[in-house]
Design a protein around this ligand. Structure first.
Ligand SMILES: Nc1ncnc2c1ncn2[C@@H]1O[C@H](COP(=O)(O)OP(=O)(O)OP(=O)(O)O)[C@@H](O)[C@H]1O
Ligand SMILES: O=P(O)(O)OC[C@H]1O[C@H](OP(=O)(O)OP(=O)(O)O)[C@H](O)[C@@H]1O
Length: 227
């Protein structure tokens, strides 16, 4: 059923990230009892908002960084986002009450194998870094008196050192195979990352009963999986 803009004004909206997290998130979402309409699983569908088996709840599918923005501004009430995204925006209206234990990776500084052989991070005073995470990067280095000049990229950061854009990158690392395949090594970890259930602070007050119900359902699902 295609979305009709006249519908849904009072619906609870849950924002899910498309991309790699969705595959891990959907079993959790479904275990809460929420089932999106069939178009959600149709790769040919251009629909972005989906009705569910709960008449009062819709799901939207957006880019992972945009989950935080939709929820922070109250356009969606709940969502799933990595704490990399949550930390980068640091929206005051966004709360993250539950670690879902999915999307585990780390945010790390990396540089070329050759540079690493003669580098000493203690001596850094100014560094240039390619990253999707300029706010986290600047704050991380500022805390120890290092000025980080950030070049914002949206992907394929690992290419930047070999092409002379910068000597270091800050990016997500999981298995380390992307770093290895591009001649880079991890120098230090900035943060451990997992995906969280995120909620809008105002919605927590004005729709407290519904919000509590869905947070509890996600919490129960996570506890059952951990047991
Ligand atoms: N290698 C990884 N292993 C585990 N989790 C990851 C990994 N890379 C990213 N993530 C998690 O998944 C989230 C989305 O990452 P993904 O790579 O799908 O985003 P993207 O494709 O860059 O997003 P978009 O195209 O929406 O900008 C990240 O914010 C992070 O929390
Ligand atoms: O340590 P690994 O297991 O190799 O994972 C790390 C890679 O995963 C993420 O990229 P993704 O594959 O999501 O592609 P992207 O560059 O489009 O974000 C991240 O940006 C790294 O490039």
């Amino acid at each position: 059923m295609a979305f009709d803009a006249r519908d849904g004004a009072d619906k609870l909206v849950i924002a899910l990230p498309k991309g790699r997290i969705l595959d891990e998130a959907m079993p959790l979402v479904r275990a809460t009892g929420l089932e999106p309409e069939p178009a959600f699983d149709d790769p040919k569908s251009r629909q972005l908002r989906f009705a569910t088996n709960h008449p009062g709840v819709d799901i939207i599918r957006v880019r992972s960084f945009d989950v935080a923005t939709f929820v922070a501004f109250g356009a969606a009430h709940l969502g799933i986002a990595g704490n990399d995204v949550i930390m980068e925006f640091n929206y005051p209206e966004l709360q993250a009450p539950l670690d879902l234990g999915i999307g585990a990776c780390r945010l790390a500084v990396a540089e070329s194998v050759a540079l690493h052989a003669q580098d000493d991070p203690v001596r850094w005073s100014h560094i240039r870094v390619a990253t999707k995470y300029p706010e986290i990067t600047r704050a991380h280095f500022a805390a120890r008196g290092v000025q980080a000049e950030c070049i914002k990229l949206n992907g394929a950061m690992e290419l930047a050192p070999a092409l002379g854009l910068c000597r270091r990158i800050v990016d997500l690392v999981s298995t380390g195979s992307t770093l290895r395949a591009n001649g880079l090594v991890e120098v230090e970890t900035i943060a451990h990352v997992t995906s969280r259930l995120v909620v809008n602070r105002t919605a927590m007050k004005v729709r407290s009963r519904e919000m509590a119900l869905w947070i509890d359902r996600f919490r129960e699902v996570c506890h059952a999986r951990a047991a």
